[in-house]
Design a protein around this ligand. Structure first.
Ligand SMILES: C[S@@+](CC[C@H](N)C(=O)[O-])C[C@H]1O[C@@H](n2cnc3c(N)ncnc32)[C@H](O)[C@@H]1O
Ligand code: SF4
Length: 371
């Protein structure tokens, strides 16, 4: 048996909660970091039988993994199985020269730095702790430590962000020469402080988002980055291998509170409670989870939807039932999708329209397909 080759590890702790964020996070809790790492390692031991002998990717996401007590973060990294790509998400204000060296020493091969913007007023709107100088400094600390694979996260559509400010953010990011960039449209997540305060602003600027998206793609492609996924850009060969595994519909195991695993026909999601998680794993039992059976058609449809985010064709093999043949013909006529080799890919115009085109291509029921 080949086994699962991708492992996600959730580190939920953050210095504070940014108003726009709805990830599974916990503020502070310095006293709990050690017990949480113990629990993570206990969950890893429980799930070890699912993993391949050699992993392709490990991703430490958050929360703010680099807010975790440094000794605990190092202990965790040292205990995780080695992988070709080991990514750690970092917040700029946590990155010191010592922390950058610790990450490299402990086996991280890639850092994903949450820059979000280089404009002080916009970072204030986002309630970020780091200002523009801290973002740049963090990047240089990582380079100086020896990281040759750094990704920057940027947000666009921040209330008050003009086109010129977005252009300036893109120019600042390009000037740092990261190997990879993720550029996300800021989403108003239901129930967040941010949506309460700025939801109307975001709704008002919804139409401008298409222009912003085009601007992001033009600037980054113009600077020589490959637009390999809807929101992701890279230098040649520097795709995020972990994220690519999600988009290719591969199996993955996730450990930690709120973490999701998808293995074969089953998906499970750990409950987001720290107390329940630590208590169960201290007793060497599986943490509280929600299980979701995944019939083959559901997985095929997911594979198609995710695969259409990429710039390379999604292979028909095994997915023919998931494709709406009439929808595909319509999208081809409109120049929004095309068949290439043994698969389908969205055209440039189709990629800008994104979700709407994908919805046309994915069969609602397997019976709809006649490919
Ligand atoms: C797990 S999050 C946070 C990582 C890290 N703690 C930070 O704040 O930079 C990863 C990325 O998701 C993006 N993100 C978070 N909330 C978002 C939202 N409401 N809309 C769009 N992107 C969001 C941000 O770009 C962020 O860097
Ligand atoms: S630091 Fe990152 S994970 Fe934590 S609250 Fe802010 S956006 Fe969310």
């Amino acid at each position: 048996m080949s086994g699962v080759r991708h492992l996600y590890v959730h580190l939920p702790f953050c210095a504070h909660r940014c108003g726009y964020c709805d990830f599974v996070t916990l503020v502070g809790r310095r006293g709990s970091h050690g017990r949480y790492v113990d629990a993570l390692l206990a969950e890893l031991a429980l799930e070890d039988h699912l993993l391949a002998n050699e992993l392709e990717s490990v991703f430490l996401g958050g929360g703010t993994p680099t807010f975790t007590e440094p000794a605990e973060l190092e202990r965790l990294l040292a205990a995780l199985p080695p992988a070709s790509e080991v990514t750690v998400e970092a917040n700029p204000e946590t990155v010191t020269p010592e922390l950058a060296r610790l990450l490299l020493r402990a086996g991280a091969t890639r850092v994903s730095l949450g820059a979000q913007s280089f404009q002080a007023p916009l970072l204030t709107v986002l309630e970020r702790r780091a200002g523009p100088d801290a973002v740049r400094r963090a990047f240089y600390h990582l380079r100086d430590a020896g990281f040759d694979n750094i990704s920057l996260d940027l947000l666009y559509g921040i209330p008050g962000q003009s086109t010129a400010a977005l252009e300036s953010d893109l120019a600042e990011a390009i000037a740092l020469a990261p190997e990879h960039l993720s550029c996300y449209e800021l989403e108003a997540k239901p129930g967040t402080r941010f949506t309460h305060a700025h939801g109307d602003d975001l709704a008002r600027q919804a139409e401008a988002m298409e222009t912003y998206f085009e601007l992001v793609v033009e600037a980054l492609v113009g600077a020589g980055y490959r637009w390999y996924e809807t929101a992701n850009f890279c230098r040649p060969g520097r795709q995020a291998r972990h994220n690519l595994a999600y988009w290719l519909g591969r199996d993955y195991v996730g450990i930690g509170i709120g973490a999701v695993s998808t293995v074969g026909r089953l998906r499970w999601r750990n409950r987001p409670s720290l107390g329940g998680y630590v208590a169960a794993l201290t007793a060497a039992t599986a943490p509280p989870r929600e299980l979701e059976p995944l019939p083959e058609q559901v997985r095929s449809r997911e594979r198609l939807m995710l695969g259409l985010r990429l710039d390379e064709p999604v292979a028909f093999a095994g997915l023919a039932d998931a494709v709406d043949a009439d929808g595909l013909a319509r999208m081809e006529r409109l120049g929004l999708a095309e068949r290439r080799g043994d698969g389908i890919v969205l055209t440039r115009r189709g990629r800008f329209l994104g979700g709407g085109v994908t919805a046309e291509l994915v069969a609602e029921t397997p019976a709809k397909s006649t490919l």
